[in-house]
Design a protein around this ligand. Structure first.
Ligand SMILES: C[C@](O)(C(=O)O)[C@H](CC(=O)O)C(=O)O
Ligand SMILES: [Mg+2]
Length: 302
């Protein structure tokens, strides 16, 4: 059935373990709770919950308009349907360090395996756009310290994201990453790295896992998982890929209906009813139901 059979604690341990190995962990962005099932079926290591997808789906640009309860609720809906660890985008932590502390606890309660907290000013921007600005180092480290002090499960992963590379040079990025690790970050998300050599430089600068963001139409080229693994990247996300693909398909089918007066030509591209029922596990629920109701009450035998 469509629920996680493992505890959040076990998923956090699994995430920690996969980040220590030589193999790169691949985390596609879950578009919705149900699409998480597709990710798991293809053998991916975990799921990512993108702030951009969450905001865009609500009809907002990704500029910090979503609030913690919305993000925790959606991330929790996604985490609950999968045994894979889920990493969520916590933007700037939704406020001051005390807000960051609450954020971490709400995300722990929602069953997440970890989150990333970035050093952008509010209002934040997409990491691959120009015109970003970052807070000073003291403010950035306070966010990370607040996050690590607030967690109750020591395995809940606190990843520090730095957006400084889009504003300053590579040395500024590696310096900041080192300082964020010193402040207690368990992992580093260096945003908007220009090329593979920059990932390699980041790898050399810190001794914690690092993440590569393979978002389309951004500042980084779309490197393969093998290329990233080669330079020592531990985890790769495809944050907006499923949403872009789904919206592209929606646009095409709507154009077909508008042009043809029927969706007939687009039906072969659609997920069939049978496949959909398989994804939501109608069978599993039926069997569960039958098991619950198929019993005999002692003393009621004829
Ligand atoms: C990773 C990211 O933070 C996200 O919210 O998914 C975005 C992705 C994007 O806008 O393409 C980012 O800032 O890179
Ligand atoms: Mg984001």
């Amino acid at each position: 059935m469509l629920f996680s059979t493992t505890t959040p604690e076990a998923k956090r341990t699994a995430l920690r373990q996969m980040l220590t190995g030589p193999r790169i962990a691949r985390f596609p962005g879950a578009y919705t709770p149900l699409s998480t099932k597709l990710i798991a079926e293809q053998g991916f290591d975990g799921v990512y919950i993108s702030g951009a997808v969450l905001a865009n789906e609500l009809g907002f640009p990704d500029i910090g308009l979503t609030a913690l309860p919305e993000v925790a609720a959606r991330a929790g809906q996604i985490a609950r349907v999968t045994d894979l660890p889920a990493l969520v985008d916590a933007d700037t932590g939704f406020g001051e360090p005390m807000n960051v502390a609450r954020t971490v606890q709400e995300l722990e309660n929602a069953g997440l395996a970890g989150c990333h907290i970035e050093d952008q000013f509010n209002p934040k921007r997409c990491g691959h756009l120009d015109g970003k600005s970052v807070v000073d180092l003291a403010t950035a480290t306070k966010r990370i310290r607040a996050a690590t002090e607030a967690r109750r499960d020591p395995n809940f992963l606190i990843m520090a994201r730095t957006d400084i590379r889009g504003v300053e040079d590579l040395t500024a990025a590696t310096d900041r990453a080192k300082a964020l690790v010193d402040a207690g970050a368990d992992a580093i998300f260096p945003e908007a790295m220009a090329d593979l050599s920059e990932f390699a430089a980041m790898r050399a600068a810190v001794d914690v896992p690092i993440l590569a963001n393979m978002t389309e139409f951004g500042k980084s080229q779309l490197f393969t998982a093998a290329q990233l693994e080669e330079v020592g990247v531990n985890m790769v996300i495809y944050p907006v890929t499923l949403m872009r693909s789904a919206l592209g398909a929606m646009e095409r089918v709507l154009a077909t209906i508008a042009a043809d007066g029927t969706q007939q030509a687009a039906v072969p591209e659609m997920l069939t009813r049978a496949r959909l029922y398989e994804l939501v596990d109608y069978n599993g629920y039926n069997q569960f139901d039958a098991g619950v109701f198929d019993f005999e009450v002692p003393g009621l035998h004829h």
